[in-house]
Design a protein around this ligand. Structure first.
Ligand code: HEC
Ligand code: HEC
Length: 230
């Protein structure tokens, strides 16, 4: 009898609690875009108003990156696993609670940057202000010297399975975009992987992965990526 009672109480408790659990799960997936936009003003000082990055790749582009990737990096910075002297004071727990990280990551992930302006058609009026705003958001990575067709082949063989078609990244899996990222940032990052200062692909870390490519092969891949967003 007692056992049955316990069991019933247990089931009752489960029934009562389950909506709460669901709510908790949904909560973490929710985000407050206005709060994200406010926080982005802090980030803009370095990463640019539209998270387009700046100073020729010293500050990486963040716009359009998978939210999961941004969130993971913010935690790595906060936990001092990925060193970032510039950002450290912005990401400590007091300044940047978990929900703020989620909000700003989703806001930034939703920013689209055009790579070209729509052509002007003679005789068709255009909105000058709208065009000016588009110009400010424009990001087209300058073409890098190199064998981009060899780069395309290597990219498709070695990188595409994770970084997606044409270097667009993979939002579901939280893999960063590479096309549309500043070339000097990509190059610097590879050096960090080679020097074991960062871990490439946390799901299957292989600290010697980039050692197996020659500098020329990587340069060709970056040459391809620099035109993949055209
Ligand atoms: C004082 C300058 C500065 C500010 C402000 C700043 N960052 Fe950064 N951030 C950097 C630098 C520099 C890097 C590149 C570090 C490196 O080379 O590994 C970076 C890297 C990142 C990365 C990793 C990107 C990648 O592709 O690996 C993310 C994500 C990021 N910042 C998010 C933010 C967010 C969100 C904010 C605002 C809350 C912010 N940053 C504010 C300087 C800054
Ligand atoms: C098996 C999956 C996988 C493959 C294959 C792969 N990557 Fe990655 N790569 C990742 C993941 C996951 C990350 C994000 C790591 C993190 O969260 O710190 C990443 C990160 C990067 C970054 C850092 C980007 C940034 O914004 O910080 C660069 C650069 C990069 N990869 C280049 C390459 C290149 C070039 C190739 C092919 C030669 C390649 N990757 C192949 C999974 C992969």
């Amino acid at each position: 009898m007692i056992n049955i009672m316990n069991c019933k109480t247990f089931i009752l408790a489960l029934t009562l609690l389950s909506p709460l659990c669901l709510f908790a799960d949904e909560k973490s997936a929710e985000f407050d875009a206005d709060n994200g936009e406010d926080i982005n003003e802090l980030c803009a000082g370095c990463h640019g108003e539209f998270a387009q990055g700046g100073s020729d790749g010293e500050y990486p582009r963040l716009a359009g990156m998978p939210a999961a990737f941004i969130i993971r990096q913010m935690h790595l910075f906060r936990d001092r696993i990925r060193t970032n002297l510039a950002m450290v004071e912005y990401v400590d727990h007091r300044q940047m609670p978990d929900q703020d990280i989620i909000d700003v990551a989703h806001f930034i992930s939703g920013i689209e940057l055009p790579t070209r302006l729509p052509p002007l058609v003679e005789g068709v009026p255009f909105d000058a202000l709208e065009r000016l705003n588009l110009t400010r958001k424009l990001l087209n990575i300058p073409r890098l010297e190199g064998n981009s067709s060899a780069g395309l082949q290597s990219y498709n063989k070695e990188c595409r399975s994770c970084h997606g078609d044409a270097g667009k990244g993979n939002h579901e899996k939280g893999v960063p975009l590479l096309a549309g990222q500043h070339t000097s940032y990509l190059q610097r990052t590879i050096e960090k992987y080679r020097n074991k200062q960062r871990i490439h692909d946390p799901e299957a870390p292989d600290e010697n992965y980039f050692q197996s490519f020659t500098s020329e092969e990587l340069n060709d891949i970056f040459a391809y990526l620099s035109i993949a967003d055209d």
